[in-house]
Each structure stands twice: as C-alpha cells, then as structure tokens.
Design a protein around this ligand. Structure first.
Ligand SMILES: [Zn+2]
Length: 351
C-alpha cells in the first residue's frame, strides 16, 4: 500500500485530507485483478432503494454542501462500476450508496484505531469521516455518514468543475478514474436521472441480419489478435443504434475498425462499433446517446488507410470492454446481444 506523505505543514485538517490522497487508489489497486470478467449485466440498485430515492438524497446533500447532485451520483456510480468489474474482490456495498471509503482515509492515516467513529479523534488524525445522520458518530456503515463525508471531502477542494477534477484525482490517484467520473457526471446532468440502465439491440429488429458467437476466434488481418467482439452481418447501410445510455468517447478512423465509434455507458463499459459505412450527422465526441438512437450505418470499412472499404462482407463489429479504473479488458457481448434482442422482441409483442 502506498502511504501518504506527511509534511506537517499548513492547516492540519486541510493538509491531512489532501495528503491522504492515493489511499483509495491503493485499496482499489490491491483488489484490481478482474475476477468476473464476463460479469452479468448490472442490477445496480438494491430493490429497496429506487433511483428516484437515491437521486433525492444526492440532491439533499448537494443543497447543504453545494456539491452538485450529479457529482455525488457519478462517484457513487463509479464505485458501483468498480464492484461490477470486480464482484468477488470488491463486493458491492449494499444500501443507498456504493461508496466504500478506505479505513485509513476515513479514520485518518495515522489513527491507531482504524475503525474509529469518534468525530473528535477522526478530525485529530485528519480522517474524512463525518456524521451525516446526526447521531454524533462517523460510521462508514451509515449511508448518510458516507455521503456527507464524501461531500465534505469534495468541498475541501472547492466547488468548480476543475476543483472536482483535482479532488477526484487526489482520491483515486488514476486519470482513468477522473475520466470515468467526469463522464458519469455529464451523463447524469444531461439525462437528469439515475435510471439509465435500459438497453437496445444494435440493429433494427426488422432488418435482415445474422450473428453468432464468435468471441475469441482468430482474425486474419493485422497480425495475431483474437476476435474481441461479435460480428453482426447485415446489408450495407442498415442503421446501427446505440445499445445503451452513454457518451461518445471516441469517433473516427482506425486502421482495424475503419469508421468506428466508442460509447461509454454509466456502468463504465465501453461499447465499440466498427466497420461503419459512416456516421449519423451530426455526431461528435462528448455527445450523449440513448439506447436505440441511430449512430451510424453498417459498412465494410477498415483494414487499411482512411477510406479503405470492401475488404470483407459488410457487418457491424460490436465489442464490449470493462474498466476497473486502472485497465480495461474485453468481454463477450454475445450473451447480452441475444438478451437485448429477446427483450426488445417481447416489448414489441406487448405493445
Ligand atoms: Zn468483428
């Protein structure tokens, strides 16, 4: 575990919070190997807490602390996504929030009692633990204590987006974490809800397509690479739709994927659509998309310099990648594709 530096300079409380940075990162990194690489699709909220209830709590804490609700939602969701990526090593915290503050950060790095709940000694040792539910102790098993502590930590950096970025960087110690959390905050602000876990099949169900499980097969172009995705064969020009709510992270030419687009969803999953004939216009990096929204068209672009096309039959290559804040790995999208197809069929019949 990386230990924080202690200079003893400056205001003890503020410095303590800042200098304990990286502790969360160390705690996460020690559990960073993926276990359930092909983890099942998320059921992100326990049945007892609705998305609306959770959002209302974020808003309430936001109104007291000045931290926008979508920032708290983004950090909460980031920690949820970490547990989805590493379900065995980092089980989901049950309750209203998924945030798990590491003990040295909660109690203070030099605190001999790492299970401390006393406000006085936590403050003395520069821990971020706070009392949010008014019972006089800072208890990490209490949802409101955790959320208030996170809000208080964030406010110690200031309320601007740039301050938020620094606070998140200091807390998680990883640029990927900062990127994910900023993306989630943007997604929540744009859609105004936490209820963003619906999916759609990437091709219109009425179109002429076929696909089968091809994950892990070898490929012919660009040296040895295993096939990280599913190929959906369809005629040139069939619309390609986003499977999820998310934000456009990457768009443009890639020698392998041709005209491709990458979308990050609120579970931290990266959805990769390749070999497109072109994009729906206008679409650009940072745009927010929802399930079923057309983003481009089936084509056969790729395997060469920009504009190369027709080296293979037209199809959509669809890949999914999970992210644990430190690295990314692909998982087989096929089971999800067949599930989303079934669900969409059933929903159509029900209408
Ligand atoms: Zn493919």
């Amino acid at each position: 575990m990386r230990l924080p530096l202690w200079t003893g300079a400056g205001s003890p409380k503020r410095w303590a919070v800042r200098l304990s940075a990286g502790l969360a990162a160390a705690a996460i990194a020690s559990a960073a190997l993926p276990s359930g690489a092909n983890a099942a699709e998320s059921k992100p909220v326990p049945k007892t807490v609705s998305y609306a209830e959770r959002k209302a709590v974020f808003e309430e804490i936001g109104s007291i602390t000045g931290i926008p609700w979508n920032y708290l939602a983004a950090i909460d969701q980031y920690e949820r996504a970490l547990s989805l990526a590493m379900p065995k090593k980092r089980p989901l915290r049950q309750g209203l929030t998924a945030i798990q503050v590491p003990a040295p950060l909660w109690a203070g790095p030099g605190n001999p009692n790492q299970a401390d709940t006393s406000l006085a000694t936590i403050s003395l040792f520069g821990g971020i633990g706070r009392d949010g539910n008014g019972d006089g102790v800072a208890d990490p098993s209490q949802d409101l204590d955790v959320l208030s502590s996170m809000a208080s930590y964030l406010t110690s950096y200031g309320l601007d987006p740039a301050d938020f970025r620094v606070a998140v960087w200091q807390y998680y110690g990883s640029l990927r974490s900062v990127e994910r959390i900023e993306q989630f905050a943007g997604i929540y602000k744009h859609f105004g809800t936490l209820d963003l876990h619906r999916h759609a099949f990437p091709l219109p169900l009425g179109s002429n397509y076929s696909y089968r499980s091809t994950w892990g097969a070898s490929r012919s172009w660009g040296g040895f690479r295993i096939h990280e995705g599913t190929d959906l064969f369809a005629p040139h020009g069939v619309p390609v739709r986003s499977t999820c709510y998310g934000v456009v992270e990457v768009i443009g030419w890639n020698p392998y994927g041709g005209w491709r687009i990458g979308i990050r969803d609120p579970n931290g999953v990266y959805h990769y659509y390749a070999h497109l004939a072109g994009y729906v216009k206008p679409i650009t990096r940072g745009d927010y998309v929802q399930p079923g929204q057309v983003i481009g068209y089936v084509g056969s672009s790729g395997y060469g310099k920009p504009g190369t096309s027709g080296k293979f039959p037209p199809h959509l290559h669809y890949g999914t990648y999970r992210d644990n804040g430190f690295r990314e790995w692909s998982f087989d999208p096929y089971p999800h594709l067949s599930k989303w197809e079934r669900e969409e069929r059933a929903a159509r019949r029900a209408k």
